[in-house]
Each structure stands twice: as C-alpha cells, then as structure tokens.
Design a protein around this ligand. Structure first.
Ligand SMILES: Cc1cc2nc3c(=O)[nH]c(=O)nc-3n(C[C@H](O)[C@H](O)[C@H](O)COP(=O)(O)OP(=O)(O)OC[C@H]3O[C@@H](n4cnc5c(N)ncnc54)[C@H](O)[C@@H]3O)c2cc1C
Length: 379
C-alpha cells in the first residue's frame, strides 16, 4: 500500500480546504431531521453544487469533478474538519447513484443524477418492511405489470427522512411464483407524492419525525423507472454493496474530526486522568480506521473488489461511535443532560449505528462465515 498522496491529490485537498473555509456556515444549521432543517440543508447542497463540490467523485458531465478515490477521501477529511453541515442527499448519492452507474441506462443517469447532485430531488431508501429487515428477501411489497409500467402496492418502513424527501427507490416482488425469496424481485424508483402513496412520519427517540412508513396502493411507475432487468432486483441492489462507494457510508474523515473534538473537550475539562486512556483510544481508533480504509481503497485501486471486509468496517465504526460519545458525555457530566447539546444528540444517533445498514449481528455472521470460513450457524 502506498500512502503517498500525489501532488494532484494534495492540490485537490488544498482547493477543497480553501473553498470550505470561505463557505461553511458560521453556526450550525437546524437539524436535517426536521422540515425546516431539511430545507436549510437543501440550500447548502445547492451552494456546494454551484462550485461542483457536492459529488466530487462523479463524472463532470453529471456535476462532479471526476475525483479519484483518494481525492474523495481527502475531500471528506477536509469536509468534516471544517465542521460542514450533514449531507441531506446521502441516501441518493451513496446508494442509488452507484446503482445507476452500474445498472442504470444512460437516459436514467442523465435524468436522475444532476438534480440529485444539486439537492433538488432528495431520495429516500424504501427497502425495509414490517416483516423484512435483516431478512430483506422476505419482503412482500409487489409490483404488478400494467400498460407502460408497474403498479406498486405494500408497506415500507423506517425510511429515513421520507417524510420530507421527494422520491424513493426500493425492491418489489414482481414474480410471486419465483422458486426462492430473493428471486423475482425488481428495483424501482417512485415519486413520494404520486397518487396512492401515503407517508406517515414516525418520530425517533429524540422526537424528530425522521423516519416514515410508506403505504403504497397501486402506485403507477413508468417503465423508465425500473433499474436493471425485471426479476433481477436482488442482484441490482446487492451489486453495489461493499464496492468502492460502499465506503461512502462512513468516511474516516467523520471520526478523525470527532476524535479531535473529543480531545479538545478533554482539554477544556482540565485533562482529567480518568479519561486519558479513553480519549487516547478514540484518537488511535480514528487513525486505525483511516488506515484500514486507505488499505481497502488501495486494494480497490489495484483492481480487487471489497466484498465482506466492509462488514469489519461497519462493526468497527458503529461501536467506535458509541464509545466516543459515551466518553464525551462522561466528560460533560451533568451538562450532558441538557437537551440539544451536540454530544447528546450525537449519542442518540450513535446508538442506531449497530442497527442500520445491516445489524451488527448479521455483519458478525458475514465475518464469521465469509472472512473466517467458520461453518454456517443454525438460523
Ligand atoms: C437510524 C436508522 C435509519 C434507517 N434508515 C432506513 C432507510 O432509510 N431505509 C430502510 O429501508 N431502512 C432503514 N432502516 C431500517 C434498518 O435497515 C433495519 O432496522 C435493519 O435492517 C434491521 O431490521 P429490523 O429492524 O426489521 O430488525 P430484525 O431484522 O427483526 O432484527 C431484530 C434483531 O434480531 C437479530 N437478527 C435477525 N436475524 C438474525 C440472524 N439471522 N442472525 C442473527 N441475528 C439476527 C438482528 O440482528 C436484531 O438484533 C433504518 C434503521 C435505523 C435504526
């Protein structure tokens, strides 16, 4: 692994840093899990997009900068170090876009990607169902063939920010007679304001209506919104998991910045001895995660695919995030109880880390079976 950045990567980093220094809002925006905050974050996305900083790794023709993986990682480090706002378009940018790059048509890429990159159309992920979370292939929502398209019916749940988003993508059963649960599924995009869609906001632990349950009653979707071939939805959805852009879920930049913040908090609190090891662990953990990610990126650039190693990343960052926030709350003592402190909010969100993006129990099964070669457990 060569960790030397090229002069071009360094120049890219410097340009990003200068732009962020000049543009990052002085104070925090309202929470993007609220209607008002969601709108404010769209404005920020437009500002990023105006100077082509919103989707740096995309081809220029769709609004990106054709940045390579290492430049993208450098950009993320600068982004978090600058304390820039959270990315409201994340689901579309990190999940749907890679799927369209791999399986979409040229027409779909030209139609969907530019407004996604500018934050004008925000996408929600509609995969989970009341009886299909970890066992996603158990999903029951269906798409029935009709003239010029498909009619979607069923229920989707835990859809992040779907209460405020514009469109969604999900898997639907198109062949109920298929031999296995993950066969006969199709990957479709749909409008959250289309006739037949009911969006019911669900409050999170912090009270913000950040989730939604979607009820679909014969929602018409034109053929142009089917991604990949009918019946190939599972392959389409899974092919992007664990690849280059699978890294985008939690870039090391986020934890490097959080560890630095924790270090500053510890110093402000008078450098108490009892927290020394925990703060040191946080600093070392962020650096270790950064190096692990760079190693993965370097293997990817050598033509290898990333596969099940991304489960190691996922378990690591989700447990790391909780430990880091617990240390911060202990340092803050009774002040941590004040509603609205960044650290308290961050802690509540960190608690969800071992659940979303595939629970850690499932990730550990993948690590055991596919990385360590242990026998399959009884299910
Ligand atoms: C903050 C957050 C955001 C989310 N955003 C979205 C979103 O935008 N779109 C979306 O579609 N979904 C979203 N989800 C849903 C998420 O993907 C599911 O919660 C997750 O897949 C787990 O599914 P479940 O809740 O049905 O739990 P279950 O699958 O019922 O699991 C319950 C428990 O049983 C364990 N378990 C289940 N099966 C096994 C097994 N085979 N071996 C060992 N243990 C097992 C699980 O690990 C878990 O601990 C989000 C969830 C959270 C917390």
């Amino acid at each position: 692994m060569d960790l030397t950045h090229s002069p071009a990567d360094e120049a890219f980093r410097a340009e990003a840093r200068a732009w962020l220094t000049a543009h990052v809002p002085a104070g925090p925006l309202p929470s993007l899990e609220s209607e008002e905050g969601f709108a404010a974050h769209r404005v920020w996305e437009a500002e990023l997009a105006a100077d082509r900083w919103s989707v740096v790794s995309w081809p220029a023709v769709y609004g990106g900068r054709d940045a390579g993986l290492l430049s993208w990682l450098a950009f993320e480090e600068e982004y978090y170090a600058a304390g820039a706002p959270g990315r409201v378009g994340q689901n579309g940018v990190s999940l749907l876009a890679p799927t369209l790059f791999d399986h979409g048509t040229e027409e779909q890429r030209a139609r969907v990607l530019p407004p996604m990159g500018r934050g004008e159309v925000i996408w929600a992920q509609a995969w989970s169902e009341p009886e299909a979370g970890s066992d996603l292939a158990a999903l029951r929502s269906r798409a029935v063939r009709t003239s010029g398209g498909w009619l979607l019916s069923g229920r989707k749940t835990w859809s992040s920010r779907a209460a405020f988003a514009d469109r969604a993508f999900g898997l639907f059963r198109t062949d109920p007679a298929a031999a296995k649960p993950h066969q006969g599924l199709s990957y479709l995009m749909f409008d959250l304001r289309a006739p037949g869609v009911t969006v019911r906001p669900i409050a999170r632990l912090d009270g913000k209506p950040a989730f939604a349950e979607l009820t679909l009653d014969e929602v018409f979707v034109p053929d142009e919104d089917l991604v990949g071939e009918p019946g190939q939805g599972w392959r389409v959805a899974m092919s992007t998991a664990g690849n280059e852009r699978g890294l985008t879920l939690r870039s090391p930049g986020r934890f490097l910045a959080a560890a630095e913040r924790l270090h500053r908090l510890w110093r402000t609190a008078g450098c108490p001895d009892w927290a020394r090891d925990r703060v040191t662990d946080a600093l070392i953990g962020a650096r270790a995660y950064q190096l692990f990610t760079y190693a993965a990126a370097s293997r990817f650039l050598d033509g290898e695919s990333l596969g099940p190693e991304s489960s190691l990343n996922k378990v690591f960052w989700s447990e790391y995030d909780i430990a880091l926030h617990e240390t911060a709350l202990d340092l803050l003592g009774e002040q941590a109880e004040w509603a609205g402190t960044d650290w308290a909010e961050g802690y509540v969100f960190a608690l969800a880390g071992p659940i979303y993006a595939g629970t850690n129990e499932i990730q550990r099964d993948i690590i055991a079976e596919r990385l360590l070669g242990l026998p399959k457990g009884r299910r």
